[in-house]
Write a protein that binds this ligand. Structure first.
Ligand SMILES: [Zn+2]
Length: 335
């Protein structure tokens, strides 16, 4: 059915590609007379033919784990003016004008202006690729990803390091001696909050304490699995007792869930256990598809059930999910 002048008419959907040229035309033709209704060359929309790649100098994870910055490949550019903009994220400084390079050469030094924008762009596009592969491109077809603004060098959030602001569809990253943009663990944690908001609204104003805690845990786990390292905040927080580590065997889901970071640390640890048991690819899929079965009013029992439902949806056996026993075992181990 094709929408035309307020009603739906029957139409054929067709596709024309070319073996050696970057052409990929998707078209709709009217069913009764084959009149062309709509056509688009999606290869143009995908940026084929334009400069696809760029270079940037960044700390691959964070300055504690990578003592000196390295040159990495940047990709996903969706702006002809050479700004750090993709379909999903747009980078802006809190003050001054955004860095740009028509040839996408962003190899700047840490002392140069624009360096934090390049770092955050690298970390955020890493997060985009991770979640796109895991949850599919529909994730990015609505707010806050149209696109998500990432504001660096923001002194207003200095005390909180990084913060996702759903109403503004913005992630704000702190300035200061330890700029949060340089830290991939912080960036991916905040990006995960945007994903959680899009799917499950665990950050709702009236969310249960457990929902608010799971939201933090998803953020910690996302960055841990991307970097294959259980630490979080090891550079940005400097003080070891303020950083978190989801491989800590003592963490338990607290009976009183009023401290969301305490709940979050235990939830991330539970997911990290699942990853150790099932492998990262399987655990990541179950963990983040569980968001589809969670809402802002969830409790611990709902969280366990959400993992089972995700397992059932993705790895079905005859009656239950294939990993039912392992999910219950890691859940009980952190209770
Ligand atoms: Zn958080």
């Amino acid at each position: 059915m094709f929408p035309l002048e307020g009603r739906g008419i029957w139409a054929f959907r067709s596709r024309v590609t070319h073996r050696s040229r970057p052409v990929d035309v998707r078209a709709y033709v009217r069913a009764d007379d084959l009149d062309l209704l709509y056509a688009q060359d999606v290869s143009c929309a995908a940026g084929v033919g334009r400069t696809q790649f760029g270079e940037g100098r960044v700390f691959p994870v964070n300055p504690a784990r990578n003592p000196s910055p390295e040159v990495v490949r940047l990709s996903g550019f969706a702006d002809d003016g050479g700004r750090l903009v993709t379909a999903q994220v747009t980078l802006v400084p809190a003050g001054g004008t955004a860095v740009r390079s028509a040839r996408h050469d962003f190899r700047r030094e840490p002392t140069d202006s624009g360096f934090e924008e390049v770092c955050a762009f690298h970390h955020m596009t890493t997060a985009v690729r991770f979640f796109d592969e895991l949850l599919g491109p529909d994730l990015f077809t609505d707010r806050p990803f149209l696109p998500l603004r990432v504001r660096v060098q923001d002194r207003a959030v200095r005390a909180r390091v990084g913060v996702f602001l759903p109403g503004l569809a913005t992630i704000a990253l702190a300035d200061g001696q330890l700029p949060a943009a340089r830290s991939g663990d912080i960036c991916i944690h905040e990006f995960a909050h945007a994903v959680v908001h899009r799917i499950a609204r665990l950050d709702d104003e009236f969310a249960s304490p457990v929902a608010a805690g799971l939201n933090e845990g998803f953020g910690d786990y996302a960055q841990a699995t991307v970097y294959d390292d259980p630490r979080f905040g090891d550079w940005a927080r400097q003080q070891p007792n303020r950083a978190r580590n989801c491989a800590d065997p003592t963490l338990r889901l607290p009976a009183d869930p009023s401290d969301r970071y305490e709940v979050g640390a235990a939830w991330a640890a539970l997911l990290w256990d699942l990853r150790s048991s099932l492998g990262r690819g399987i655990a990541d899929a179950i963990a983040f598809h569980a968001l589809h079965f969670l809402d802002a009013h969830c409790d611990y029992q709902d969280a366990r059930e959400a993992l089972h439902l995700a397992d059932l949806a993705l790895f079905r056996t005859r009656r239950a999910g294939r990993h039912r026993t392992e999910i219950d075992r890691v859940f009980d181990g952190r209770t």
